[in-house]
Design a protein around this ligand. Structure first.
Ligand SMILES: Nc1ncnc2c1ncn2[C@@H]1O[C@H](COP(=O)(O)OP(=O)(O)OP(=O)(O)O)[C@@H](O)[C@H]1O
Ligand SMILES: [Mg+2]
Length: 471
């Protein structure tokens, strides 16, 4: 791009200024004569923004007490001449290309994107840019690629977070494993100590139990017989009561008519009564003997039962019935699952580790490629797109150095020389030839002439704004 003509109307201190430009254009003038305004006017005309890209602040360019402002730029590109006119009134700005109103988007197709233009036109802007924006610009425009490093970095952090998750799952399952192992060991220990009751003892116990049960059954039957004997005894006792005492032989009276009985009759009555009593008593004696025998039998049963019971108790004491310990099957099954999950996690961890290693290698290679490509056409200037951390890892960064010194400590003229190298690369890669505006050039004594159009501005005390064109 070659700017041939520049006309300013009511732009800051320029009421009407017209400049015919050549390849090298030196503006001289005292302070406030309007030198910096020349650069600002060109950017305003081509992009409708301020030097730092603000659309809203262009209203401040309108000369005080004026309602209208205009900047005309005639430029040549690819042997074609174009006229861009941007006007501004209190309502806003309008832009025309070759007298035809157009939109900024269409115009930028002709004049190129704002960033590339501004970074070349105002060399001081690029190093002041936000680090990440400047870095992205260089990668996308000079390396003509999306920032793959960023993508790989994202992949890397995803692997790192997966590794973290795997590690925490691993810790969890290792805990599970040791808990299950402890449970299984303790159950197996119990099983080891389990001694079953010998068969012969079990048989003996069974027989004893059977004996006790049989005695109990006999005792039950005995109780029934005892009850029957008792009932019979009661019948005899009642009979005895009913018969009453044996009557005396003398002064005996008739039990019905109460008349004294004759001796022979009384004797008969006495013997009959006695016979009845004797009979009952005899029966009772027999029954008592039966009862005694029965009770004796009962005692014997009880004694036998107690012997059996105490023998059984002794056996129970010596051979207690310890419940059989179940095999820890469910725990063993669970342990198998946990172990297989753990081995999967270990595999995953190893494969993530491999991926990470590969990715770090890729990142290193990519960083090398970026560095080499970006710096291949720079001489004393170097652009660092990465910073090496103490642990050897690379972090995206943006730093410009000139003769190995950071841009921020360079002198004014060094800053210009440094940026001229970068601008040359931008123009080369973008296949463009943007003009350069070098403001406040009084601090620079000599400069290798850039290959593109140059506009310089230098303070000259007492001089009104004057343009000297060379070439
Ligand atoms: N809207 C405006 N209307 C009129 N004058 C303005 C307006 N905005 C800024 N100015 C003035 O225009 C003058 C020219 O500004 P400019 O920055 O171009 O001067 P300069 O020649 O670069 O000065 P220096 O040598 O100090 O850098 C300044 O005095 C500035 O205050
Ligand atoms: Mg100035």
């Amino acid at each position: 791009m070659f700017i041939k003509k520049l006309e300013l109307t009511n732009f800051k201190c320029h009421t009407t200024s017209l400049y015919e430009l050549g390849m090298v254009n030196h503006f001289f003038g005292d302070n406030y004569s309007g030198k910096s305004s020349i650069g600002e006017a060109i950017v305003f005309c081509l992009y409708g923004v301020t030097k730092h890209g603000y659309k809203g602040f262009v209203k401040d360019y309108l000369q005080e007490n004026k309602g209208y402002m205009k900047v005309d730029v005639v430029f040549e590109k690819d042997d074609q001449e174009y006229l861009v006119v941007r006007t501004m009134n209190l309502k806003g700005t309008t832009v025309y290309l070759n007298h035809k109103q157009i939109k900024d988007k269409e115009l930028s197709e002709l004049v190129g994107d704002y960033h590339s233009f501004i970074y070349c036109f105002f060399p001081e802007v690029f190093p002041e840019e936000d680090k990440s924006a400047a870095r992205t610009y260089l990668i996308e425009n000079l390396l003509a690629t999306k920032d793959e490093f960023e993508l790989l970095e994202k992949e890397k952090s995803s692997i790192l977070s997966q590794q973290k998750k795997v590690d925490s799952s691993k810790t969890f399952y290792e805990g599970q494993k040791s808990v299950l192992k402890r449970q299984i060991d303790s159950i197996l220990d119990k099983q080891k100590n389990y001694t079953p009751v010998p068969h012969e003892i079990m048989d003996k116990k069974e027989k004893l139990q059977e004996g006790i049960t049989a005695i109990c059954e006999n005792l039950d039957k005995h109780q029934v017989v005892e009850n029957q004997l008792q009932t019979r005894m009661k019948v005899y006792q009642d009979k005895l009561k009913e018969l009453g005492p044996l009557p005396y032989l003398q002064d005996e009276t008739c039990p019905t008519c109460k008349q004294s009985l004759p001796k022979s009759q009384a004797e008969t009555l006495h013997f009959v009564h006695k016979a009845k009593l004797d009979e009952v008593k005899k029966e009772m004696e027999l029954l008592e003997a039966e009862l005694r025998a029965h009770r004796y039998q009962h005692r014997k049963f009880m004694e036998k039962k107690s012997i059996l019971e105490s023998t059984l108790a002794q056996l129970d004491n010596s051979f207690p019935l310890v419940p059989m310990v179940e095999l820890p099957t469910s725990q063993i099954h669970e342990l198998k699952n946990v172990e297989s999950t753990l081995s999967e996690l270990i595999q995953k961890k190893a494969s993530l580790g491999e991926d990470l290693k590969k990715l770090k290698h890729q990142l290193g290679q990519l960083a090398n490629t970026y560095q080499n490509q970006i710096n291949k056409n720079l001489t004393h200037t170097k652009v660092e797109l990465f910073k090496q951390l103490k642990n050897g890892e690379l972090r995206p960064d943006f730093q410009i150095t000139y003769y190995n010194r950071p841009y921020r400590v360079l002198s004014n003229s060094e800053k210009i020389r440094c940026m001229l190298e970068i601008i040359a690369v931008i123009n080369q890669e973008k296949n463009s030839s943007y003009p350069i505006f070098l403001d406040n050039l009084e601090s620079v004594t000599h400069l290798t002439q850039p290959t593109t159009q140059v506009l310089t501005a230098t303070v000259k005390k007492g001089l009104p704004l004057t343009l000297k064109v060379k070439g």
